[in-house]
Write a protein that binds this ligand. Structure first.
Ligand code: ATP
Ligand code: MG
Length: 406
């Protein structure tokens, strides 16, 4: 892609109406646009990052055997009354239709929609287990929406729901999904900073599990057992007596963190009110058991920015970098041939062919945080400078060695 064709301009200064570091950097780099507090639009480069995160998550969901669907954002008041959450959930956006006078909800999560859907399709034990997921915008009327992408009032989530005949099956899938979550955070490049965390809120077991990424911008506090690569959320630290539930160690390190995902054994919390049942092998009716598993994609993007940056800008992990290469030239036109060659060879490259100073290009390259920076200069016409965003060292290579330099 040619940078001169991007309609988005980067900003020289921090936006005035934004407090959080992730949104400041992403807005300055032109990856996102702020619509209002907690609501952002994704611009071309930002959308590329989201799509990369999305593809990794989708691959992992498919490898779990889950089917992708897309549910509606508009939901009925009745469904939320059935679960008992219409009156209780403070973040629920509710409104009334001008024409039908009906009451609606903007989906903050989708247990109230997926369970009635399954009711139309599940009859016998032979129909189970079922795993379905979607990647879709969620709406929550969050009180404090000052953390940029970390806490949106509209945000992108992957939600997975599993349906089982018995507890053992639910437990097994829970463990499988936990391992899949660890792999997702590894693949997007924040594995080292992300901890599986004991948290409250289990309906079935005493604890649920969250996946928490360490960052000073986080709203949560966790206690890390480095040996087990586990953490305990502050909210349950008293319950576990300030010890690691796995190895019994009391050597726990306190950190600020943000929840990027969580997994829940719901048991019959939703299947009971919606009367989701199946016939077992003896023909007896039984209640379906359920698990729910979420990851906030836009929050994940914000968490990556919060945990991977320097004074000059963002440093994307390679797997989610909007492009793999950012091609710069010291004078207009110098990079033209290389750009065309790279495109023909299938490289993913952003070519800064704008008519601006080289200094400005360097600044934007650091701000955008694309993993590999290439510079074509006058002195060495046949060679290309290559530098990794998070390293100082610059190598001079021939075109054929771009890949090898990595
Ligand atoms: P939190 O405790 O941070 O409010 P939650 O426990 O309510 O989140 P879930 O309902 O389990 O979150 O949602 C699943 C995932 O969606 C979370 O793990 C998180 O990554 C993401 N998420 C939740 N709320 C938001 C939000 N307001 N903005 C962005 N992402 C969110
Ligand atoms: Mg939570």
């Amino acid at each position: 892609m040619r940078q001169s064709k991007l309609f988005v301009k980067s900003l020289r200064e921090d936006p005035k109406n934004e407090e959080s570091l992730n949104a400041k950097l992403l807005m300055r780099a032109g990856f996102i646009h702020k619509v209002m507090a907690g609501v952002y639009a994704f611009l071309p480069l930002g959308l590329r990052v989201i799509k990369k995160i999305e593809n990794i998550i989708r691959e992992e969901m498919v490898s779990l055997g889950a089917d992708e669907i897309l549910m509606s954002s508009l939901q009925t008041r009745e469904a939320w009354e059935t679960s008992g959450r219409y009156a209780d959930l403070d973040v629920l956006f509710k409104f009334t239709s001008y024409y039908s006078k009906g009451d609606y909800v903007l989906g903050p999560t989708h247990e109230e929609e997926i369970t009635p859907i399954l009711k139309q399709h599940v009859f016998s034990y032979r129909d189970l287990p079922i795993y379905v997921f979607q990647i879709q915008n969620k709406f929550r009327d969050e009180k404090r929406a000052k953390s940029g992408l970390l806490r949106g009032r509209e945000f992108l989530m992957k939600d997975l729901y599993s349906f089982h005949t018995d507890e053992k099956d639910m437990e097994d899938f829970y463990e499988l999904s936990s391992a899949t979550y660890s792999r997702i955070f590894e693949r997007v490049g924040i594995g080292e900073k992300t901890y599986k965390t004991f948290a409250s809120g289990g309906t079935f077991s005493k604890y649920s599990h969250e996946f928490q990424t360490v960052t000073p911008a986080g709203e949560d506090t966790i206690y890390i057992c480095e040996a087990c690569k586990l953490a305990i959320n502050e909210e349950v630290i008293e319950d576990v007596n300030h010890t690691c539930p796995q190895c019994g160690s009391k050597e726990l390190r306190m950190e600020k963190s943000i929840e990027v995902g969580n997994i829940f054994k719901m048991k019959d919390k939703y299947s009971a009110p919606f009367d989701l049942k199946f016939k077992d092998q003896s023909g007896d009716e039984k209640i379906v058991l359920m698990g729910c598993y979420g990851i906030g994609l836009s929050r994940l993007m914000g968490a990556i920015v919060e945990s991977s940056n320097d004074e000059n800008g963002i440093i994307w992990p390679e797997a989610v970098s909007p492009f793999r290469f950012h091609l710069l030239e010291t004078k207009p036109g110098l990079g033209q041939d290389i750009y065309q060659r790279m495109v023909a060879d299938g490289y993913e490259v952003l070519y800064d062919d704008r008519d601006v100073s080289f200094g400005e290009k360097l600044k934007d390259a650091d701000l955008f945080g694309i993993t590999w920076r290439l510079v074509v200069g006058e002195k060495n016409k046949d060679k290309i400078e290559i530098k990794r965003r998070n390293e100082e060292q610059i190598k001079l290579v021939e075109y054929g060695d771009i890949r090898k330099a990595e």
